[in-house]
Design a protein. Structure first.
Length: 368
């Protein structure tokens, strides 16, 4: 037996006098990892509408916590005002007695105006996304996010050229579809906004040539500028929606423009229900606010019902109408800011499957 023990000890390293060893529980080393939960949205089911409403509400909360994001609305308002001024000049120079703008010149001016509008909005949108993307774990102000955009100016300019070309082509086709008035030979100024602009007291602001009284008179340039600006904004909005995630993919993932466009179509298809819900929620709120304009006409009927259509009501009513328009446009651009924040929320959800807001917003609020 001793010999057998010696054999085991020699060849197997076994020692009968060794202390007993007790079995311990195995310990597994787990390294941190990021688990991505793919969303089930995008097919119109499984709570897509509910998530879209949650995205909108969370975006409003983020805007309330980070008031510096209102600079996006203010600067976008300035861009729209500049476009309106350019279109007013175009409408004025294209009408009698100037007739200085023909169709080729109008196309060039429309493209230049579209490029200015799309490039400006893309830069502001990139700044908004970078502002919502924390740096070293801390949230940043809008001006800090805007200062980081300079590294992406080239792809933003390329994308703006493409959007401006699309916008110009669609804008030029609208008169042939019977929609809007373009001041070049063969078309007259007939706008679907005429019925809206004819509401009291806004008719004295947008249609002064129908009455030849009031603070503004002359041509149809005011109505043309309003129609053209709103039409261009609608076209830019349409092109932005169908390519919603191009900006996040360009700015946040540094993808090339073709990769960003392809990836955007894939994400928009996946999150179509959520995206449309966000747009409809913001749009319904703006439409509800715009209906308040009807109170002007109702109130004036009680004040001077016999002079409703034929007499200028005075500068006070027109000033009140202008103030209402300014407040409504401010609300519109605030809604645009909310939609921009919601774009970031949609992008995060597409990548992580979680409905979340500003990561630093729940800890502290940023002030302008």
């Amino acid at each position: 037996m001793v010999t057998l023990a010696n054999v085991f000890r020699s060849y197997l390293g076994w020692c009968p006098n060794a202390p007993a060893m007790h079995k311990a529980q195995p310990v597994l080393s787990v390294f941190p990892a990021t688990v991505l939960e793919r969303p089930d949205g995008g097919n119109g089911g499984n709570g897509g509408i509910g998530r879209g409403i949650r995205f909108t509400i969370e975006s409003v909360k983020v805007l309330n916590r980070n008031r510096s994001l209102l600079w996006f609305a203010l600067l976008a308002w300035f861009v729209a005002g500049t476009v309106f001024s350019i279109q007013y000049g175009v409408g004025l120079l294209a009408s009698y007695p100037y007739d200085a703008i023909d169709f080729p010149r109008w196309l060039v001016l429309t493209f230049c105006t579209g490029f200015f509008a799309t490039f400006s909005i893309n830069v502001l949108m990139a700044g908004l996304l970078l502002c919502l993307s924390p740096v070293k774990g801390r949230a940043v102000l809008f001006r800090e996010g805007l200062s980081r955009v300079k590294a992406y100016l080239r792809p933003l300019a390329d994308w703006s050229v493409i959007l401006a070309l699309w916008c110009t082509a669609l804008f030029a086709l609208l008169p042939f579809l019977g929609y809007c008035a373009i001041p070049y030979p063969g078309f007259s100024v007939l706008s679907p906004l005429t019925a809206v602009a004819d509401i009291f007291p806004f008719r004295f602001i947008f249609l002064p040539e129908l009455y030849h009284i009031g603070p503004i008179g002359g041509t149809y340039a005011m109505l043309y500028a309003l129609t053209s600006t709103i039409t261009m904004a609608a076209l830019v909005l349409f092109l932005t929606v169908i390519t919603l995630f191009v900006m996040p993919l360009l700015v946040l993932e540094n993808r090339s423009l073709p990769e960003a466009v392809a990836g955007s179509f894939h994400l928009v298809k996946k999150l179509l229900a959520e995206t449309l819900t966000v747009l409809l929620t913001v749009g319904v709120a703006l439409i509800a606010a715009s209906l308040l304009s009807l109170f002007f006409e109702v109130l004036y009927r009680f004040v001077a019902p016999e002079m409703q259509l034929f007499w200028y009501p005075g500068h006070g009513w027109v000033a009140a109408g202008v103030l209402f328009m300014l407040l409504l446009s401010a609300l519109a651009f605030t809604g645009w800011t909310v939609a921009g924040i919601a774009t970031m929320n949609l992008y995060r959800y597409a990548k992580t499957g979680r409905v979340s807001g500003d990561p630093e917003g729940e800890k502290r609020a940023l002030r302008v």
